[in-house]
Design a binder for this molecule. Structure first.
Ligand code: NDP
Length: 236
């Protein structure tokens, strides 16, 4: 397969970093977005704040310069949690999560679509979560943002499917990263007991699913939700 031009948002750590490293190793040209500091070793980076359309536009323009052409694989991975029980959740807690996880992914997909439509080829991969379809107490904001990505991907599939562009969702379960590191031990144990695979996942296991959806071979898969969750969300 020809090497593609890849942009991974939030690719400076966690799942995004694994995805970026994996795709680079697979022979693609990869740029990651980061908000502060330097890009991770061995990777090209551009600054991007996904809640800001102008920043997204700038980041794509800079990435296209580094890549020498339009982005033809977008991995919209940047995301946050702000957990709180429904009755105590502030507007700000709800809005900031939806603005980052859902509207941020929309802003990136919208910008990416310009180049992809011209190329008549593209892969848009949204990193959602098992929680999007399974639900989770204390995560109404996060779950709403992550299930919204399914509607986003499926509408893009219908809108741009005829132009060689696919849009899919990867729904990881509990993956060992900074995001899950902060969970209390007793909650981690309880979660683990409910996962058919009996363990948390590794970032590399999410990256492998993304690599497949980004490939030429996955050209007839669009609007799909691919779980990488050890069976936790089965049936959802
Ligand atoms: P991390 O918290 O380790 O990394 C999150 C990344 O998103 C960082 O690179 C962060 O940048 C970036 N980011 C956050 N907000 C913004 C923003 N406003 N603009 C630009 N970049 C931003 O998370 P994970 O690696 O664990 O998660 C990656 C994705 O996978 C997320 O979408 C998450 O919801 C999803 N996911 C994670 C699971 C898990 O178990 N870990 C399970 C299911 C889904 P910075 O370093 O600057 O903060």
């Amino acid at each position: 397969m020809a090497g593609r031009n890849v942009l991974v948002t939030g690719g400076n750590r966690g799942i995004g970093l694994s995805i970026a490293r994996d795709l680079l190793e697979a022979g693609h040209s990869v740029v990651v977005t980061h908000r502060s500091g330097e890009p991770p070793e061995g990777l090209q980076g551009v600054r991007c704040e996904v809640t800001d359309s102008a920043s997204v536009d700038r980041a794509f323009t800079e990435a296209e310069e580094l890549l020498g052409g339009p982005v033809d694989v977008l991995v919209a991975n940047a995301g946050i949690t702000r957990d709180q029980l429904l009755m105590r959740m502030s507007d700000e807690e709800f809005d900031s999560v939806v603005d980052t996880n859902l509207a941020g992914a929309f802003r990136c997909a919208r910008r990416a679509s310009k180049g992809m439509i011209r190329l008549r080829r593209g892969r848009i991969i949204f990193i959602s979560s098992v929680v999007g379809l399974y639900g989770s107490p204390g995560q109404t904001n996060y779950a709403a943002s992550k299930s919204g990505l399914v509607g986003l991907a499926r509408s893009i599939s219908r809108e741009l499917g005829g132009r060689g562009i696919t849009a899919n969702v990867v729904a990881p379960g509990f993956i060992e990263t900074d995001m899950t590191e902060v969970l209390p031990e007793d909650r981690k144990k309880a979660y683990q007991a409910s996962i058919p695979a009996g363990r948390f996942g590794r970032t590399e296991e999410v990256a492998a699913a993304v690599r497949f959806l980004a490939s030429d071979e996955a050209g007839y898969i669009t609007g799909a939700v691919l779980p990488v969750d050890g069976g936790l969300g089965m049936g959802h």
